[in-house]
Design a protein around this ligand. Structure first.
Ligand code: GTP
Ligand code: ZN
Length: 221
């Protein structure tokens, strides 16, 4: 059975544990309809018990519900199409590099469900249309909000931009720190993982590739 805090009022007496699970609604967080909050709460209680904790002690009473809300937030991009952010474009007679650097993100390593955090740099060569700059960051944000590996995050973003914008070239470079390598396991704080995905001219033309990598690596200021 799922324990409840003093504030919790089970809405149903049904036998299913998930139906008895208290649900602490965070009014600030939009509900993620794809997520089974009570099932997560139940699982977190099991984990707490399994590691030797007492899920019914006061400090932990709200933890399962908090974790459910956290997963709903961290995995909010699981069922959505991040490419929808690239649908609105502006016709523009500009055919040189567009680069947005230092797009911070936080994703979840699918192997350990621990965060990996860092920055993405996105460049593309437009073909008659450009997209709002913030939309590139929105795509990163949404692709990151799934259980991920960095390589897939990197090439998913590159593919979306290449396909949806018909870009003549796309370069995506991602640098991040994986908690599963810094706080557990091999424990190497400071280790950085870099991945890149090159498409079109940035893949085939060494000069274009060198130019975009120069801009990405250029120190700020
Ligand atoms: N390629 C790739 N590997 C990742 C990513 N995030 C975490 N990993 C790695 O996934 C691997 C999982 O390895 P396993 O041997 O199955 O799991 P493990 O025993 O917990 O591995 P250790 O971390 O070495 O203790 C580890 O080497 C992690 O460093 C990622 O984004 N990309
Ligand atoms: Zn991991």
């Amino acid at each position: 059975m799922i324990a409840s805090s003093k504030a919790a009022k089970p809405e149903s007496d049904a036998d299913s544990p998930s139906e008895k699970t208290p649900f602490f609604v965070d009014k600030n967080a939009p509900k993620n309809d794809a997520v089974d909050y009570p099932a997560i709460e139940q699982a977190v209680r099991v984990i707490l018990g399994a590691v030797g904790e007492d899920p019914d002690r006061e400090g932990l009473l709200e933890t399962p519900a908090r974790v459910a809300r956290m997963y709903a937030e961290m995995f909010a991009g699981l069922k959505s199409d991040p490419g929808r952010h690239l649908e609105k474009v502006f016709e523009e007679d500009y055919d040189e590099i567009v680069l947005v650097r230092d797009i911070s993100f936080c994703s979840m390593c699918e192997h350990h469900l621990l965060p990996f955090t860092g920055k993405a740099h996105i460049a593309y060569l437009p073909s008659g249309k450009v997209v709002g700059l913030s939309k590139l960051a929105r795509v990163v944000e949404e692709v990151a909000r799934r259980p991920q590996v960095q390589e897939r995050l990197t090439h998913t973003v590159a593919n979306l931009i290449e396909e949806r914008l018909s870009a003549r070239g796309v370069a995506v470079v991602v640098e991040s720190t994986h908690s599963c390598m810094t706080m557990r396991g091999i424990r190497k704080p400071g280790s950085l993982c870099l991945t890149s995905a090159m498409r079109g001219a940035f893949k085939t033309d060494p000069k274009s590739r060198a130019e975009v990598l120069g801009l990405i690596n250029r120190s700020a200021g």
